[in-house]
Design a protein around this ligand. Sequence first.
Ligand code: PAF
Length: 279
Amino acid sequence: MLGRVEILTTVAAAQSQAKSKPRVLVPTMGALHKAHGELTKVARERAGADGEVAVSIFVNPLQFEPRSDYERYPRPEKADEDFCRDAGVDLLFRPSIEEMYFDDRSTFVEEISLSSVLEGKSRPGHFRGVCTVVAKLFNVLTPDAAVFGEKDFQQLAIVRRMVRDLNFNIDIIAVPTVREEDGLACSSRNQYLNLEERKQATVLHKALLAAANASEKSARDIVDLARKMIGAAPLAQIDYVELVDAETLQPVEMVRPNSLLALAVFFGKTRLIDNILLA
Ligand code: PAF
């Protein structure tokens, strides 16, 4: 049976609503899938039966580079609404661009250290867009906690840093990456892959697992091993494969406790990211 989800589309409506229960937010860009199901499940566990699970759906133009996939990003409104009902979400915040951004906006939130590497290097301005929208969602919806997936490991680290630096009184909860049966990390972008790309994309998780189980411990060997495996998939175009410290996200030369192997790889026009903690 489908539950009742309250849908709010304006900032004014969200801000005028007196919050009487603990609220846990799952910020998303929609096109909800299995991994979002896991995020909302964790949100419910945290909120408890009497608390409130809120999901935001907003395809945030600020975090897409010009000429990227902003326009073609999937926006299945009805399916997302049904998904929220099925998942027992209490509140769905789905604002328009005009609601979220003034034409003459001139204030942004920018984290400048963790954002300078990996995704931040490949996608300049991306994390400024993420931090700005997440800070706005935190201000509008005033959650007590918010849930983020570890697939976007760098995003999670940056949001934690922003929350610390700007004194948001919000707990950030991390959820392990949810995978398809063949290991591919769940992502809204997977639906862009054609059959052959989808098949070959399974190499990403295989390469991460091989690196995690390798006896080699130098960054160069580990990265080489992963690059070779991925390179054997003819449609894969590697953007980066890097071994970094999971706390600082700075490159490390040897695997040590809390090292992260992170990668971004194109299959056709679709850019996929994934990561694994080593040791
Ligand atoms: O991970 C995402 O879906 C987005 O980056 C987020 C956190 C909803 C901000 O737009």
